[in-house]
Design a protein around this ligand. Sequence first.
Ligand code: SF4
Length: 299
Amino acid sequence: MLTGIHFLLSYKCDSECDHCFVYSSPRAAGTFTLEQMKGVFAELARIGTIESVYFEGGEPFLFYPLMCEGIRIARDTGFKTGIVTNAYWATSKEDAELWLKPLRDLGLSDLSISDDAFHYENEKVSPAKRALAAAVKLGMGYGSICIDRPTVEMGADSEIARGEPVIGGSTMLKGRAVEKLLEGLPRRPWDEFTECPYEDLRDPRRVHLDGYGNIHLCQGLSMGNMWETPLSELVKGYDADSHPICKPLVDGGPARLIQQYNVPHEDEYVDACHICYLARRALLDRFPQYLAPRLVYGL
Ligand code: SF4
C-alpha cells in the first residue's frame, strides 16, 4: 500500500556529486510550479492511503518558499512531513537557525541532512554539522544520511571462505555513480542478478514525483506520467504484471529484463542496480513512458 510521497521538488542542485543517482547539478531543471504541486495534493486526497510527504531533489532549499508552502499544505492535510537536504545554506550556526525556524514553526516532522565526504570532503565543520546543531537547538526531529564510497571489503565468514570479495559503502550504483564510481570494484556474471534487492515493485510503499510528471518506482523507472493521467488513477490502477519493465524485474530481476528484450550486455556487472540501470538505459527509446526522464540516465 502506497503511504509515502516524495517530491523531487527540482533536479537542480548547488552540488554535482559523483554518487547522485538522479544526475542533479546546478544546470539541471525540472522544478515543480506551485500550481502543479497543489494539483498533486488534490490527487493525494483521492488516493486516500498517503501518510507522509517528503521534499527532496536536487536541493529543495533552492526553492525555499515553494518548499515551505508544500510543508504547510501537507501539514494542514494531516500528513507527516520531511525534507532531505545537503544543508548548503547553513553558512553559520545563526544562519542555520534562521533557515530552520520557519520549518520548525510549520511543524516539520523530519529533517534529513546529507553529511558525507561526497558533499563536504574538505571541511572541518561542515554545513551539515552546523545544520544538525541548529536542529537540535530548535528541538526539531532530524537525522543524518551518510553515503560512503563503494569499496571492496572483507566479506562475512562464509564469503571469505568462498574467497569472494563484497562491496562496502552505501552508494547505490545507478545514475552518475555508474559513470564515476565503478573503477576497481569486483564483478559477477550478468545472469546471477535475478532479483531487485531494494524496491518492492509489486507493492510499492513510496514513490518519487518529479516536475516532468514522472512517478518513480525507482530512479528513472516510472509508473506513468501524472500530467497525462491523474496520479490517483495511475496509483490505483498500477499492476506490476502489466508494466513492461517491472514485470520482468519482479519475475527474475535485471537478468530477466535483459533476456526478455534481448538487451546487448556485458559479461559481468558489479551489482543488481548496475546491470538494471544500464539495461533500462538501453531500453529508453522503446519505453519512453516508463523509463523517464532521460536526465536521470545522464542524457
Ligand atoms: S536499479 Fe533496478 S535493481 Fe536497483 S533498486 Fe532500482 S529497480 Fe531494483
